[in-house]
Design a protein around this ligand. Structure first.
Ligand SMILES: C[S@@+](CC[C@H](N)C(=O)[O-])C[C@H]1O[C@@H](n2cnc3c(N)ncnc32)[C@H](O)[C@@H]1O
Length: 207
């Protein structure tokens, strides 16, 4: 049997959620090792170009605001807390949330962490003043409009929804495959020390 065949078939929500969670649980340590320094321990960075919320102020006033961060990874919400907001950080992956908890231990800045799917938020309607995400959740679901609907549902009327995203991001998948292939072949002694792929942003690959 050829293990390298590419199949195209429909998957249901439950299967997609399992696969998505498994991917991020597996990748969590590598992701943080690769991007943790860039993201900072208590900071909010919107995108690979290095746009910081401290400069951009896309979220508006923060003091006292109930803010939900979707697909938080290691949780930029800690920075929001230092600005007087009342944030909640949510992610599908326990592996990513483990990094959020470790960062909280190191920095001493704690925010509530919730493991849930952005497609089915465990919050009441109008529970937040602001919902935000930096590259979280939206690129990794088939139906990005469903994330928009959930964000709208939990926002109070007039609330603000701010996100940075590329959708879909097939090119990352391609690069990840390349990266995995390089790692595998290195273990086998091939391609040793050769630079195979490099892109100049947060998903950069040092192969
Ligand atoms: C590219 S990382 C971004 C993490 C973080 N916001 C950052 O700036 O580094 C994408 C995050 O989205 C999370 N995620 C993916 N699908 C999700 C979903 N359906 N619901 C909630 N989180 C999800 C992943 O577990 C991962 O932590």
């Amino acid at each position: 049997m050829d293990d390298n065949r590419v199949l195209r078939r429909r998957v249901g929500d439950a299967e997609a959620r399992r696969a998505n969670r498994r991917w991020w649980d597996t990748d969590a340590d590598d992701y943080q090792a690769e991007h943790g320094h860039f993201l900072g321990e208590v900071d909010f960075v919107w995108c690979p170009e290095g746009l910081h919320e401290a400069d951009a102020r896309l979220l508006g006033d923060l003091a006292g605001r109930r803010i939900l961060e979707l697909g938080c990874g290691a949780a930029a919400a800690r920075w929001l807390a230092t600005q007087g907001a009342r944030p909640v950080a949510l992610d599908l992956s326990a592996g990513m949330l483990r990094h959020a908890a470790q960062s909280a231990d190191r920095s001493g800045v704690r925010v509530p962490l919730v493991q849930a799917d952005a497609l089915a938020l465990p919050f009441a309607d109008a529970a937040f003043d602001t919902v935000c995400t930096a590259f979280g959740a939206i690129p990794f679901v088939a139906d990005s409009a469903a994330v928009m609907r959930e964000a709208a549902r939990v926002l109070r009327p007039g609330g603000r929804w701010v996100f940075s995203v590329t959708h879909p991001i097939r090119w990352v998948i391609l690069l990840v495959l390349t990266y995995d292939a390089v790692k595998r072949s290195r273990k086998l002694g091939g391609l040793h020390g050769r630079r195979v792929g490099r892109v100049s942003h947060r998903y950069k690959i040092h192969a």
